[in-house]
Design a protein around this ligand. Structure first.
Ligand code: HEC
Ligand SMILES: [Cu+2]
Length: 504
């Protein structure tokens, strides 16, 4: 009996499927044969460019897990956003500190809430105590770099640029200053919401949740101030995968609170830099998901994918009391790397929907991943083989490759650097005066005030992870270009600086 019903059903489905296929084929043919495809409908977001603005207002900004009040049905405005970049130490998990770079002091950065047609006047300030220049790329912007091309700002300065928001949706913003991955990995991302005309439908509770992956020198839980580890970041070997910047940002006393019978909307983003989120709520089903933060709505969803640099709006009605656990369902991340948050639901039980004896603490973070560094035997073996000597011309040629991979993002392809941020290597008196000092800068990085060609710089150059040979080649390349003094740097010279500094 059951099988019969099943068979009939599948036959019906088959029939309707072939009808669908037929219609699809007709539609495609019609489209292909039509010499003038409809373009009017495709233009809609761009038509928003003609929306008139009425008056000026300051944007209300909020720190996670909260969002500013809905826009409702207000008219489009000239919306002034004031955002300050702060680099400061924070707690990754108990006993582990991390130096976060932030938009507005938090990870993720302050939530920006707009509506289509708003003309945003964006003020980006880089706090004078910060060490590095930054900028901002907002995915909601139509324009070069999403604003990054106009917002590069050195510590102690402010920059202003403007854009009109045309497309409704939930968008990521992030820093895009070299090394881009490092700025994002340190927490420089957040969300900007563009509400449609008339606003989003009303719900009872709204929250701001954003996932990010972090890479530290020590493995998960290793105590102390942990520096960022570029090698692990390139290998996408995250030590921490967290919601809202740290392990436990929304568990225990920090859990979110809602009541039975309420509708909940989560604005969920994924800052990455690397990992895609399999976003899931244990004990709840998403009634509606704005897939990838856009207009497409999917219903009755268990797990929604949120790409790195993407977002989703998820909505659900809460039926029964208890804890809802938000996770990245790539499950080791949830239980061993921190990607776990809690929503405490308060209210009366509904035995029809759920009954049973409830044990607390079924889903708790487990901590401490056991990780081993990737095996570097090959690299060690290769390093032991004696290297053949190179001619100066060969060094310059190979050094150019190193330069284009590691130095040019900051010092630029022409060696001229960027004013107030990255000093020039072209005709640099600082470089030409002292070769050992230049070698040290490459091997150990450089911080503090220096003067290059009469201009002061007070920034940070990160130590470059290069072999003796790569350092020798890249410096030989630099010294033999752009009007510099032609010094030839040898592997031996670099190696002796390593020994000298190791003794210190
Ligand atoms: C992330 C950006 C960045 C990268 C990548 C970088 N530098 Fe620098 N570099 C800086 C900054 C910033 C300073 C100035 C530091 C200060 O203010 O104390 C600097 C200073 C220098 C100086 C001394 C000042 C001068 O202009 O002569 C040299 C030499 C130098 N860098 C060489 C290199 C070489 C060679 C590479 C590649 C192997 C490299 N840098 C990669 C940012 C960078
Ligand atoms: Cu930055």
């Amino acid at each position: 009996m059951n099988t019969m019903i099943h068979q009939t059903k599948s036959r019906e489905i088959l029939i309707s499927k072939s009808f669908l296929l037929f219609f699809a084929a007709v539609a495609i043919l019609t489209f292909a044969c039509n010499p003038q495809p409809e373009t009017a409908e495709q233009k809609i977001p761009h038509d928003n460019a003609t929306i008139k603005v009425e008056g000026k207002m300051m944007a209300d900004m909020s720190a996670p897990p909260y969002v500013p009040a809905p826009v409702g049905n207000r008219a489009a405005k000239n919306l002034v956003v004031e955002m300050e970049i702060l680099e400061h130490e924070g707690t990754m998990t108990d006993g582990v500190q991390y130096t976060y770079w932030t938009f507005g002091g938090t990870v993720p950065g302050s939530f920006i809430r707009t509506r289509v047609g708003d003309e945003v006047e964006f003020h980006l300030r880089n706090h004078p105590d910060n060490k590095l220049p930054h900028n901002i790329d907002l995915h909601a912007v139509n324009g070069p770099g999403g604003g990054a091309a106009s917002s590069f700002v050195a510590p102690g300065h402010e920059i202003v640029f403007s854009f009109k928001v045309l497309s409704p949706g939930l968008f990521v913003y992030h820093c895009a200053t070299a090394p881009v991955g490092m700025h994002i990995a340190n927490g420089m991302y957040g969300l900007i919401l563009v509400e449609p005309e008339g606003g989003l439908p009303k719900v009872d509770k709204e929250f701001y949740v954003m996932q990010g992956d972090f890479y530290t020198k020590g493995d998960y839980g290793e105590p102390g101030l942990q520096p960022f580890e570029m090698k692990k970041a390139i290998e996408e070997d995250a030590d921490y995968v967290v919601f809202n910047g740290s392990v436990g940002a929304m568990t225990g006393d920090n859990a979110l609170n809602v009541n039975v019978g309420e509708t909940v909307r989560l604005f969920v983003g994924n800052g990455g830099p690397n990992l895609v989120s399999s976003f899931h709520a244990i004990g709840e089903i998403f009634d509606r998901v704005h897939v990838e933060g856009g207009d497409l709505i999917n219903e009755n969803v268990q797990t929604t994918l949120i790409p790195a640099g993407g977002a989703a709006i998820v909505e659900f009605y809460v039926d029964v009391p208890g804890d809802i656990i938000l996770v990245d369902h790539a499950i080791f991340r949830a239980f061993n790397k921190g990607a776990l948050a809690m929503i405490n639901v308060h209210g009366d039980a509904n035995k029809t929907i759920y009954s049973g004896k409830i044990e607390e603490g079924i889903y708790l973070p487990e901590g401490g991943t056991i990780q081993e560094m990737p095996i570097t035997d090959e690299a060690a073996a290769a390093a032991k083989e004696p290297l053949a000597a190179l001619s100066k011309a060969q060094k310059i040629e190979m050094g150019k490759n190193v330069y284009m991979q590691t130095c040019f993002a900051c010092h630029q392809a022409n060696g001229l650097g960027i004013a107030n941020a990255f000093p020039p290597l072209a005709k640099s008196d600082y470089l030409n005066a002292d070769v050992n000092r230049a070698i040290d800068a490459v091997l150990y990085g450089l911080a503090g005030e220096i003067t290059v060609n009469g201009k002061q710089y007070n920034s940070v150059m990160t130590a470059q992870t290069v072999s003796d040979r790569e350092a020798a080649n890249v410096l030989t390349y630099v010294y033999n270009n752009w009007g510099n003094n032609g010094t030839e740097v040898t592997d031996e010279m670099v190696n002796s600086r390593r020994r000298t500094s190791a003794k210190k």
